[in-house]
Design a protein around this ligand. Structure first.
Ligand SMILES: *Cc1c(COP(=O)(O)O)cnc(C)c1O
Length: 232
């Protein structure tokens, strides 16, 4: 089997074990293969090995890759998004993981309305308060959810976080648990139209801990496709 195939098998096994440890069902966790910077043949190889959910962090890469892969492929926008690029994503991606400001939410509303569709989104939360990262603070998230919940062409499915880069995945457990608790607290407010069921958390270094803490999407790049080279 190819390297990508072997890697996928390994990640799959780890997700299954994390589900077993935490009493979760495997079908409640979706693996997103994060294919940013990777060429189309790598994605085709992953597709042959059984993965059809890809995550990208640049609109341009989604625009380049999505037309040459089968229509059945699911695309997720996981990276920071500028409002002026939203128009390229509506009808193309299943889910935008990175909504963290009103201007962006309003543009998604406008473009989704134009396409007569409802766009599924997650609110990105900067759980560790890292200055280098985008996202809402946990404190401002409930009010943000309340504000954008009135936009009829947006459906808030849940929350997303990018935990700090670390060699010790256990140190991120507190952030994953915190994101789950934040989701539960917001759900308990019974905001009209808001019933969040989605937690996007966990990357190559920490996805097993994230699954144990309730992730419904894990976003794994390096662990599937190998190291990225940003210089090409
Ligand atoms: C790149 C990226 C990932 C995947 O990171 P790996 O450590 O390679 O698994 C996950 N989420 C987001 C938002 C990313 O930008």
């Amino acid at each position: 089997m190819s390297t990508i195939g072997d890697n996928l098998k390994h990640v799959e096994e780890n997700i299954q074990k994390a589900c077993d440890r935490s009493g979760r069902r495997r079908e409640d966790v979706t693996l997103i293969a994060v294919s940013k910077t990777k060429p189309v043949p790598d994605l085709e190889e992953a597709l042959r090995c059984g993965t059809d959910v890809f995550g990208e962090n640049k609109v341009q890469e989604i625009r380049d890759k999505s037309p040459v892969l089968p229509e059945s492929v699911h695309w997720h926008m996981i990276g920071h998004l500028q409002a002026n690029k939203v128009k390229y994503l509506i009808g193309v991606v299943d889910l935008i993981h990175s909504v963290d400001n009103d201007k962006l939410a309003e543009e998604i509303e406008k473009q989704a309305a134009k396409h007569d569709t409802v766009m599924d989104v997650l609110c990105e939360v900067n759980m560790a308060g890292e200055e280098t990262k985008f996202g809402l603070t946990p404190e401002e998230t409930p009010e943000f959810v309340r504000r954008i919940s009135v936009l009829p062409h947006i459906r808030i499915r849940g929350l997303m976080t990018i935990a700090p880069y670390t060699d010790d995945p256990e140190s991120n457990r507190v952030y994953f648990r915190g994101l789950r608790e934040l989701k539960d607290r917001i759900n308990a407010e019974h905001i009209p139209g808001v019933e969040m069921d989605t937690l996007s958390m966990g990357m190559t270094g920490d996805y097993e801990v994230a699954v144990e803490e309730g992730a419904t999407f894990v976003r794994v790049g390096t662990g599937i496709f190998g190291e990225r080279n940003y210089n090409i």
